[in-house]
Design a protein around this ligand. Structure first.
Ligand code: NAP
Length: 298
């Protein structure tokens, strides 16, 4: 159980544990003759927040013993040029994971560009193939943020099977895959969104409450029941600094366990990206091994 001060889930410690494990397993993979996992990121334009996220992904992937390739394209890059780059990375055997940093500038169709990524290299888990497999309960590479939320729930020894789980938010990036993962873990899942009637009443049913909205402190203490486990995905920049979607201090008084912002979910996203890149390298090595085997003609 990774809790501090009684009921705060220590995202930093859990993420460090994932990064340490990945680094160990990368070294073992290379030692056993496998490939050195390689992560390629594509950043279009010069959004300062995206630049920080991408830099962090590269730092952490190198610390884990991976190769990292950073492709920077100007903000006015036409779609066919971006498509060409993605297709060349699909063909590049030293690249096992491809991540298109979102959002991209308006002239680019991000859905169409993400869909070009080879599903075996889709370390963000956002291609239609990855999303479809997750919906079928046969995930390959799972979106990093919700995968990290599941690890945080487990780190807090949260009973998931049979639990009432409420996910507030239904984005492709967080809410939908989060609900699918909870369902796959046998929770009873309710998904809320901006048209949900009586959100407080629905949230009060939750044993597990995941907030992924982007609205500062919108989940208040009267919206949760005693003993709830709360995962706060929200990242909101306000005058008082970075805050989540949950009114942390008040909700904490009723929670069995709760993630802080910062120091919670945000820490896990990059850790799970490293996990996915390692997993992708293993799968590609296995596929290449199968292809190299002589056909059994008996
Ligand atoms: P998003 O695409 O904007 O989706 C927000 C969701 O919240 C939508 O489904 C929306 O419903 C719902 N919503 C909006 N207002 C609501 C309300 N009043 N009541 C109930 N639901 C409401 O956002 P996202 O990409 O999922 O991100 C959500 C938050 O997580 C943001 O703060 C983002 O910065 C943060 N985030 C953090 C990480 C991390 O690493 N920690 C990673 C990704 C995202 P409709 O569908 O009806 O519009």
């Amino acid at each position: 159980m990774t809790l501090i001060d009684g009921n705060i889930i220590d995202g930093r410690a859990v993420a460090q544990g994932v990064r340490d494990r990945v680094a160990r397993e990368v070294a073992e993979l290379i030692e056993s003759g496998g490939p050195q996992p390689g992560l390629a990121t594509i950043l279009v334009g010069d959004d300062p927040a995206s630049e920080i996220y991408v830099r962090n992904k590269h730092e952490k992937s190198r610390e884990a013993g991976m190769q990292s390739f950073n492709h920077r394209l100007p903000a006015d890059t036409p779609q066919d040029e971006l498509a060409e780059l993605i297709e060349s990375l699909n063909e590049d055997d030293s690249v096992h994971g491809i991540l298109l940093q979102l959002p991209v500038p308006d002239q680019l169709d991000s859905d169409a560009m993400v869909a070009l990524i080879d599903p075996l290299k889709d370390v963000d888990g956002l291609t239609p193939v990855s999303a479809g497999l997750l919906a079928l309960g046969k995930p390959v590479l799972v979106p990093c943020t919700p995968a990290g939320c599941m690890d945080l729930l487990r780190a807090a020894d949260t009973p998931i099977e049979g639990a009432e789980a409420v996910v507030v938010g239904r984005s492709i990036l967080v809410g939908k895959p989060m609900a699918a993962l909870l369902l796959a873990a046998n929770a009873t899942v309710t998904q809320c969104h901006s048209r949900t009637r009586d959100l407080p009443a629905v949230c009060r049913r939750a044993d597990i409450l995941v907030a992924a909205v982007g609205s500062p402190k919108m989940i208040t203490a009267d919206m949760v029941r005693e003993g709830v486990t709360v995962i706060d995905v929200g990242l909101n920049r306000t005058d008082e600094g970075l805050v989540g979607d949950v009114d942390f201090e008040a909700v904490r008084q009723k929670a069995r366990a709760i993630t802080p912002v910062p120091g919670g979910v945000g820490q896990m996203t990059v850790a799970m990206l490293l996990h996915n890149t390692l997993e992708a390298a293993r799968r590609q090595a296995a596929v290449a091994g199968e292809a190299a085997k002589p056909l059994d003609r008996a």
